[in-house]
Design a protein around this ligand. Structure first.
Ligand code: HEC
Ligand code: HEC
Length: 349
């Protein structure tokens, strides 16, 4: 009997270790469940598309919109299309500090990607375009973009292609004159509304725990706990609000640009909107350097550290910056196969 007690006593530490191990594994598992729940509430998985009541997505519009996305013949010098500045092979951002339009005219700002861009409160850094349709329409006469003298001049060119006449008719069957710049904008808009790129982060939120690394999970926690997600919210991880850029320190300290952009002040003329910008979408951000509206920061780690300094008033430690960057890489999605196929454009008659 004494021996039995002795044996049990020897087994006790072993049982305790097993017990503690099981306890810590389940605590760890419930920590992870809590992280997933929190991230699902604040951010959430990408939807399958970005629909609009005013411009319903149809296969005919999407097909036409994709061709028009690549069409340079309606620009003043015949070289400019959406794909020039939003090349899909570079995740639909050109990689330049400032994009270059017709006749090498430089744009005032860096170009964001068109992936996951259609569900924002507005388009462009300063929100001076109401929707992707409005954006596409205004690009045609935009001086740093297509540079066409009028919408009619672009419509005239499109109407001269029989294939476009047929495709516009199929996409807008109830219109008497389907080939218009408004329908050009609707077709491109419908195409853009399909451009979503689900990423490892989405798989993770749907319960695939191995989709993100431990470092990426730490980065996700930090992204929410430090306050980044307070501005970069929604499944798009941004695009839902305007905020002053430089809340704790002026951006002037960190940019290479000589003059700092006034931001939304240029749109509203209100003093309170000086240096205010739309909080950008961070989906695929690791694929679209350089960073910020003036493209003046090359590295993602630098951009994240600057965000901490000037938007949160925090000097984030290097390891945490690297964790957050790792998380941002989990937002790099897969470009749908059919989007990657470059179309052949209509031939002249
Ligand atoms: C000459 C280069 C150029 C061309 C051509 C161009 N873009 Fe852009 N695009 C930009 C730049 C630069 C911005 C940012 C402008 C700003 O914020 O002031 C931008 C912004 C956008 C945005 C806003 C994204 C966001 O997150 O706010 C969308 C959407 C977009 N472009 C789609 C298109 C489409 C569709 C076309 C073709 C009809 C097009 N672009 C043609 C350079 C270009
Ligand atoms: C108070 C709101 C706010 C907070 C908090 C915030 N951001 Fe931002 N973020 C913005 C705004 C506004 C911009 C646009 C800056 C500009 O005009 O270039 C931006 C830009 C960025 C960019 C550059 C994106 C690009 O395509 O150029 C990154 C990366 C970024 N933020 C990451 C973060 C991270 C990581 C955190 C937390 C450490 C964070 N942000 C905290 C509002 C915020």
């Amino acid at each position: 009997m004494i021996v039995a007690v002795f044996r049990k006593a020897r087994a006790l530490p072993f049982a305790a270790v097993i017990f503690l191990f099981v306890l810590s594994v389940s605590a760890f598992a419930s920590d992870e469940e809590a992280l997933i729940r929190k991230a699902s509430q604040i951010l959430g998985p990408l939807p399958a598309s970005m629909p609009s009541a005013e411009n319903p997505i149809t296969p005919e519009k999407v097909r036409l919109g994709k061709l028009l996305f690549y069409e340079p013949r309606i620009s003043i010098d015949g070289t400019v299309s959406c794909s020039k500045c939003h090349p899909l092979a570079l995740y639909a951002a050109d990689g330049l500090r400032k994009s270059v339009g017709h006749d090498c005219v430089e744009n005032p700002r860096n170009d964001p990607t068109v992936f996951n861009a259609a569900s924002q409160i507005s388009e462009h850094w300063t929100g001076n375009r109401t929707s992707v349709e409005d954006q596409a329409k205004q690009a045609v006469t935009g001086p740093p973009a297509y540079g066409m003298p009028s919408y009619e001049s672009a419509e005239k060119i499109l109407r001269s292609y029989r294939e476009y006449r047929d495709l516009f008719k199929a996409a807008f069957p109830s219109d008497r004159e389907p080939v218009t710049i408004d329908n050009f904008a609707k077709a491109i808009g419908a195409f853009e509304r399909t451009l979503v790129t689900p990423a490892p982060f989405d798989s993770y939120l749907k319960g695939e725990k191995a989709a993100m690394t431990e470092q990426q999970k730490r980065g996700l926690s930090a992204f929410m706990d430090q306050g980044c997600a307070g501005c970069h919210s929604s499944p798009f991880v941004g695009g839902q609000m305007y905020r002053k850029f430089g809340l704790f320190e002026p951006y002037r300290k960190y940019t290479k640009s000589e003059k700092v952009d006034d931001g939304r002040f240029a749109v509203t003329k209100k003093e309170a909107d000086r240096y205010v910008f739309k909080t950008p979408v961070l989906r695929n951000v690791a694929m679209t350097p350089p960073y910020f509206h003036d493209g003046s920061v090359d590295g993602l780690s630098d951009a994240v550290w600057i965000m901490g300094k000037i938007q949160l008033g925090k000097d984030l430690p290097k390891e945490q910056v690297e964790d957050i960057v790792a998380f941002l890489r989990a937002l790099t999605g897969k470009i749908p196969e059919e989007v990657m196929i470059v179309p052949v454009l209509p031939s002249p008659e």
